[in-house]
Each structure stands twice: as C-alpha cells, then as structure tokens.
Design a protein around this ligand. Structure first.
Ligand code: NDP
Length: 341
C-alpha cells in the first residue's frame, strides 16, 4: 500500500514515514522545500529504505494544497500542524493551519481519491484536557474533550494564552475530522492519535538547537546544562516515545478495529527531576545537570494528571518504551547532531 504522510520533515512525521517504510509501505511525504525532501530521501536510503518520494506543499492553508499530493495513495497520515505556545501573537496563527490543514486534506481526498481507505490525524492530549475547569489530578481517557480552550480563545482573542491557543487549534482540528466523517459519510474511516509530550531520538533536519521542535527543545535545555536546581522539580507532564507515536500511526492505518476511534498514546507522568536523574546515571560526564532530590518521581507525580494510554496498547497492540531508554536515545541523537555539550 501507498501512504501519504503530511509534514514529513517534522519531528514526529519523519519517524512515522520511516516506520511505514520499515513495515514495507511505499511513502509519499509532503514537505515545504526541495531541500527538506532530499534530506529525508537520503536519510531513509542510508537504512536501505528506498520506497520514499516527496511532494512539495508550501503552505497547508492554501486552497487545494493537497489536491495533487493525495493522488494514488491508499491511506493518509496527516501530521502537519504548527506546534508552539510561546510568542503567539494571534491564536489564528495556529488555528488557521491546524483547521484548514485538516479540512483541506479531507476535501482533497474526497474530491480526488476515492481509493483512500483510512485517514489518521495527529491530534493531541491538548484536545482531551480541560486544565482550566478541572483541577489535577484527573485521569483523562478518550471520552474526555477539551471544553476550555476554544471558549478561552473566543473570549480573549489576540490576548489569549499561548497554551490555550495551541490547545484550541488541536481541539478544533480534531473536531473537524469527526464532523467531516459525520457530514460526508466518506469511503474511508478516521482515526485520531492523541499524544502528550513526545520525546526521543531526533532524525529530522534541524540546523541548530534554536530550531528544535517544541517538545525536544524543552528537554534540550536540561541536557545542555542551561537549567539549575531552582528549576526543579520542573513542571510535570505526561510523555511518550516518538517511535511509539510513529508506530501508533502505522497501526492506526492497518488495524481494522481502529477505525472511528481516538487513541491517547501516552506512557504516563514524568517530571524534569526524572530527566536529571537519568542524565546523571547514564551521562555522568555532562556538566551542570541539576541534582534536586533524586529518586522522588513518585512523590512529585502523585497529584499529576494522567492520560490513560491503555486503549492504544490493547487495540493497536504495542508496548510503551521506558523513559530512561527514551531520554538516552534523545540525548545521544542531540549530541551526535550538535556536538558534545
Ligand atoms: P514539528 O514542528 O517538528 O512538525 C510540524 C510539521 O508541520 C513540520 O513538518 C512543519 O513544516 C509542518 N507545518 C507546520 N505548519 C505548516 C504550514 N502552514 N504549511 C506546511 N507545513 C506546515 O512538530 P511535531 O513533529 O512535534 O508535531 C507533529 C504533529 O504532532 C503536530 O500536529 C502536533 O500538533 C502533534 N503533536 C506533537 C506533540 C509533541 O510533543 N511534539 C504532542 C502532541 C501532538 P516545517 O518544518 O517546514 O515548518
């Protein structure tokens, strides 16, 4: 089968494309430039994965942006969407591409490719959690929807919180998927993948650390010695390994029962103290890693929200990697890329 992966030059999407190739699928990735496409083709070829081609889609908000890219494929994995929460001047910077990217690809499939059997959209726990109206600790499942952020953005406009702007963008985009399915009863069925913070090996093109994607950038400062004990225990959150997220996209397109479902793909809570403990244990030569209170994960995370990722393990059938392995893979790939820090 032939899979279209949008935003293939991104952190998660580059892994998703690789995972599809490893499973024997042919992949077309959309990228914004020739250079990014060539980088990926070379990257995959080094692992003997040659069934990759790219298509240029400069801006997913343009009308008909995906009209050509969808031709001939059997399934679509849509990952392109802006992810940042600081320096947001207007929530529409995020909402525009998130929403139009989603409706755009669905319309292009509808119009140009009746062969498509399934579409998986990368949503987020941002579309699941209601952090303004529900006090932690909450155990969130796929039954939960973010009921706060769209309202917040409607009420606050350009003065909206950056986090809510991003969370509103993901909520609106996922809702658009389910509404499209309901309204159009298409030939294909939809799946949403809802990860928390995605961590692990970096394989996509990144010129320098300032260009890292949001989730890895947050980690980089810890490993590169830019944090101090004052920053600990460090905002907890839930996390998942990027390869598990990539594999979830593959399974979402291949497991028949997955159709029509959303899946939280999350391995549980962590705190930045955990980063430090692992860095001390596995990379003792690194400088300026805060010490904090080693081994206090349970205490720090006892009142954390939990995004329950068990449905994904049962239906999609995979196991989550450990945080230790994930941090080691991420650190090694960053050191390889940017030199020893
Ligand atoms: P990246 O920033 O690495 O990837 C985003 C991709 O989308 C890039 O390829 C980017 O292209 C592309 N893109 C963004 N805006 C446009 C646009 N207007 N036109 C064309 N392409 C565009 O982020 P991630 O890999 O982390 O995110 C991928 C998906 O996963 C997103 O949907 C995100 O919301 C979701 N997600 C991420 C999580 C995380 O922790 N990383 C957690 C939960 C969900 P370019 O690189 O050329 O700018």
């Amino acid at each position: 089968d032939f899979i279209l992966v949008t935003g293939a030059s991104g952190y998660i999407a580059s892994h998703a494309a690789k995972e599809f190739l490893k499973e024997g699928y042919k992949v077309r990735g959309t990228v914004r430039s020739e250079e990014k496409g060539k980088y990926l083709k070379d990257l995959f070829a080094k692992d003997g994965l040659n069934d990759f081609e790219y298509a240029i889609v400069k801006d997913i908000v343009e009308d008909g942006a995906f009209d050509e890219a969808v031709n001939g494929v059997d399934a679509v994995a849509h990952l392109a969407s802006p992810f940042y929460t600081s320096g947001v001047k207007d929530p529409q910077e995020l909402i525009g591409p998130a929403l139009k990217g989603t409706t755009g690809i669905l319309n292009s499939v509808q119009k140009n490719n009746p062969k498509v059997k399934r579409v998986v959209i990368t949503s987020s726990v941002a579309a699941v959690m209601s952090v303004r109206s529900r006090k932690a600790p909450v155990v969130y499942t796929e039954d939960d929807w973010n009921v706060d952020s769209i309202k917040h953005v409607e009420e606050n406009g350009v003065n909206s919180d950056g986090g809510d702007s991003y969370r509103a963008s993901k909520t609106l985009a996922e809702k658009a998927l389910w509404k499209f399915v309901e309204d159009n009863k298409p030939n294909w069925d939809g799946v949403a993948i809802n990860p928390p913070l995605v961590l692990g090996e970096v394989i996509h093109q990144v010129e320098d650390p300032s260009k890292l994607n949001t989730s890895v950038a947050l980690f980089y400062d810890w490993a590169a010695g830019k944090k101090t004990d004052k920053d600990l225990p460090g905002g907890g959150g839930n996390w998942v390994n990027v390869k598990d997220v990539a594999l979830a996209h593959v399974k979402a397109l291949t497991v028949p029962e997955a159709g029509g479902n959303r899946f939280i793909v999350g391995a549980g809570p962590f705190a930045c103290q955990d980063y430090c403990d692992i860095l001390h244990k596995r990379f003792p030569e690194l400088k300026n890693i805060p010490v904090g209170k080693p081994g206090t994960h349970d205490e720090i995370c006892k009142d954390a929200n939990v995004f329950d990722g068990t449905k994904a393990t049962k239906v999609l059938g995979f196991q989550y990697e450990t945080l230790e392995d994930t941090v080691v893979e991420m650190t090694e790939s960053l050191r390889k890329r940017f030199g020893n820090f």
